[in-house]
Design a protein around this ligand. Structure first.
Ligand code: ADP
Length: 487
């Protein structure tokens, strides 16, 4: 088939278009190639002679020819400058049978010989390769990522994002990004989005504000979001990376709680310190001066006044015990308490020594089984046994008190028991007696402050163990506590 333009025209045009760095092919309205510049010959692997007069179809893969013809007919109906098959992937076919991804710009050219179509063809393999690499990088990123267009529509999501939000990508592509945030953020977001597009730069989103993501199942989780603008042929896109910070938040909350606890413990210690000096000194003088009054005016005071004085002294002494106990409670946390291997046998002996007077007075019998060595703070452990054995003597029944302390192994811990034959405790009180200021028995008969067992629990918890009681009224009590074994 002869070229449909004159030789001169062809020659002049060829000289011009050969100098263009883009592949250019001119075809007549029937699709016959009338011109192919050097770049086009190189791109498709044909010589000019092999192309001229042939149908442009030879440069289109078999499977796409029908579609290509349609595009050509479409252009012929309305010939004006525009890209071919916008939004579609165009593929060229080389002489060696390989495919090349291409982009085509179409231009009608009217000559003396009629209207021709000039196609400028750009090889976009490299761009495609980069794009594929970009997608692969995003896809495999260990953090949830998505890309949105200027209208806020999601154009790309990665596997991690699907996992984090519980969606399949098919459900997200094309939808507005607001679908991934709770309603209360969604309303303001389009505004913020266009603000961002006004001055796009890589930065954190909503700095200083608490951001949340919304899963498909409706649950929310705290997030941190990084934004990054990307310029593409399709305009300004934005990539965001979304980190689930629930765990970090939990750790933060926990840390804040621990800090608050530590602060309140410090407060308590400070209070106890103040209590010990500022309260105990005047208390001591009240007690001794009132006692002195009683002695000095013994002959002048009637029985009633003597009784009042006795009560004042007793109350003040009771108050002193309370302050001492509070001080003890606070001391458990003091940083001075170092853990070391402590033989519980010695601790028992120490407590018995301190209780000597009461033991004599009550005719009590104190005994112990074999006791192990544990890691602990010695003075706290003495306090623990002192309180438990002391209570066993204090809350005694009709018989002389018998108290036995023994230990049994329980996994990698030791379980200790302090058993008495005292008045016992009703089951409904078994929990609350370990709280501050809980007193079950009549004050007159058994004076106490209700702090002793709270101190015990505090000490045991400090040693990583727990404390509980098994008891029934009239049948004695066994107080148990666990402590990890020593080295
Ligand atoms: P308190 O200073 O009153 O002894 P605790 O905290 O040591 O305070 O004990 C709380 C309450 O538990 C006591 O008031 C008493 O009623 C009861 N209790 C403690 N130990 C025993 C025991 N071994 N037998 C019977 N009751 C006990």
């Amino acid at each position: 088939m002869a070229p449909a333009i004159s030789a001169t025209t062809a020659e002049q045009l060829t000289a011009i278009i050969d100098s263009v760095p883009t592949a250019v092919i001119m075809a007549d309205q029937g699709g016959a190639i009338v011109l192919a510049n050097l770049q086009a010959q190189r791109l498709f692997g044909y010589s000019s002679a092999e192309l001229l007069g042939e149908s442009i179809d030879m440069l289109v893969p078999q499977s796409l020819r029908a579609q290509h013809r349609e595009l050509r007919a479409h252009f012929a109906r309305d010939p004006r400058e525009r890209p071919m098959g916008k939004g579609r992937d165009l593929i060229g076919l080389r002489k060696d049978g390989t495919d090349i991804p291409i982009e085509i710009g179409l231009n009608p050219v009217t000559t003396a010989e009629g209207v021709f179509v000039v196609s400028a063809i750009v090889d976009i393999s490299e761009r495609k390769r980069l794009e594929a690499r970009f997608r692969a990088t995003i896809e495999s990123a260990p953090i949830a990522m998505l890309m949105i267009d200027q209208a806020g529509a999601i154009v790309l999501v990665n596997a991690e994002l699907e996992r984090l939000f519980g969606y399949d990508r098919g459900e997200l592509l094309g939808r507005k990004v607001e679908v991934l945030m709770p309603g209360r953020f969604g309303a303001a977001h389009p505004g913020l989005r266009s603000q961002y597009l006004g001055s796009p730069e890589a930065r954190r989103m909503g700095a200083g504000r608490d951001l949340f993501g919304l899963r498909k199942d409706g649950s929310e989780f705290p997030v941190e979001v990084g934004l990054n603008p990307v310029r593409t042929d399709e305009g300004q896109l934005v990539i965001s990376a979304i980190a689930d910070i629930s765990e970090r938040e939990q750790t933060k909350t926990l840390r804040l709680a621990v800090e608050a606890l530590e602060r309140s413990n410090l407060e308590l210690q400070r209070f106890a310190h103040v209590a010990s000096h500022d309260l105990q000194t005047p208390m001591r003088s009240i007690a001794s001066f009132v006692e002195l009054l009683g002695i000095r005016y013994a002959d002048k005071l009637d029985a009633q006044a003597q009784d009042w004085i006795r009560r004042v002294v007793e109350s003040v002494k009771q108050l002193q015990t309370l302050v001492d106990d509070l001080l003890e409670y606070a001391r458990v946390d003091s940083p001075a308490q170092r853990f070391e291997p402590v033989p519980l046998r010695d601790v028992f002996a120490h407590a018995v020594l301190l209780l000597d007077a009461t033991v004599r007075e009550t005719g009590a019998e104190l005994s112990c089984g074999e006791l192990p060595v544990v890691m602990g703070a010695r003075s706290q452990l003495v306090q623990l046994l002192l309180n438990l054995i002391g209570n066993a003597l204090k809350y005694r029944g009709a018989d002389p008190p018998r108290v036995h302390v023994f230990a049994e192994r329980e996994g990698d811990q030791w379980r200790f028991a302090v058993r008495d034959n005292g008045i016992g405790i009703a089951a409904r009180h078994h929990e609350r007696i370990f709280e501050m200021f809980q007193r079950l028995h009549d004050q007159g008969e058994y004076p106490g402050t209700g702090i002793g067992l709270a101190v015990c629990r505090h000490v045991v918890q400090r040693h990583g163990g727990r404390i509980w009681v098994e008891s029934e009224p009239g049948r004695g009590s066994v107080f148990f506590f666990t402590i990890a074994e020593g080295p």
